[in-house]
Design a protein around this ligand. Sequence first.
Ligand code: NAD
Length: 399
Amino acid sequence: MLSTAQNLIRQAGRKLGLDDETIEKVISSNAEHIFEVSLKDGRSFPAYRVQHNNKRGPYKGGIRFHPEVDLDEVRALATLMSFKTAAVGLPFGGGKGGVSVDPRQLNKEELEHISREYVRHLQPHIGPDKDVPAPDVNTNPAIIDWMVDEYQVLTGDKSGASFTGKSLEHGGSLGRDAATGRGGVIVLGQYLKRHKTDRPLTYAVQGYGNVGSFFAALAAGIHPNWQLVAASDSQTALYNPDGLAAEELAQFKAAGGRFSNYEGDKLQKLTNEDLLELDIDVLVLAALGDAVNKSNVGHIKAKYIVEMANGPVSDEALETLEQAGVVVLPDILANAGGVIVSYLEWVQNKNNEHWHLQKVNDQLKDYLVKATDEIIDLAKKHKVPLKQAAIMKGLLALS
Ligand code: NAD
């Protein structure tokens, strides 16, 4: 993952005519904090915070709790965060953190203990103007609320701006839950608008979780001529060529349902692989990395792919798709809605304000329309695909 990210940056840097020294300087991280967090019973877990680049503002990036977290993964994700915040024009840098732990093996007290320990170790290095972490895989507003509280106990900071992704009661922002899915709808909509493609489209969503379900439910309201025809969870894909009810499916999943138990007229049940290969216009990838890869790329029929997960199209697959003229809307643009609303949360906390939802959504749209336009223009200017153009935009801002 780290070498993939770095190779993308090197390629884009050479295309921009940057020298190797400049490129390697942007690739290298400013600081790496490596420590252990321990439970009272003596169990301990490796923990990390990589602070990649703060040229544009405080480091920004999530903290994940997962047994497979390691230093290379955290380095890669921190690097991509610097490029994501730069690509969408936020005054933030990039960072990432993690604890190599399986949170399912911890009870609530242990989870809280690990969360607070993590902050006790990092406190001198983080803060509203230094490094502002957020939730990521297996971390959530409840965990972030403990972390903010610990930071406040240690430093007296009452702004809440030390972390984003807090619960609404503790200073979180309206609109954060839907922000990533909404962002994807804005980016695809703007791309199509720029290319004067306003004909009806069919699309499929791989991964109908938080991001995928908000994407589809919001798209149904904003773009009624985009028709959701397939959606999947980890086990089952639902397919109806006449269209699926996006909001109803979102409610079904939010209530803990499994698509294998969902019934409906004319509904076909497919595998996740089948969903990827459907003859549709747009494929929205909102589940995992490498979903489209060397082995299945030859079967993809969609004309547009929206990367809502991080890296859902592998390097090799990306090259094949680009040669075939498939447009891939890159992750650092398409899934940046979450970090944009995180930034808006931080601004609200700093100013002791609570914005109404419309203001948050309007600002989210402004950031993403502008970034999409700039990345399309850069791609045209340098005759490169959007992914490379998005990295170029980051490089220009960071070098
Ligand atoms: P989530 O856990 O809510 O949803 C993931 C969905 O993918 C679930 O429906 C799950 O059943 C499904 N899934 C899991 N394995 C699958 C498989 N093999 N095939 C098909 N579907 C599968 O997670 P989320 O918050 O919606 O995030 C989705 C992706 O977007 C992740 O890769 C995440 O890192 C990325 N992302 C999320 C955010 C955010 O704000 N939540 C921001 C940026 C990127």
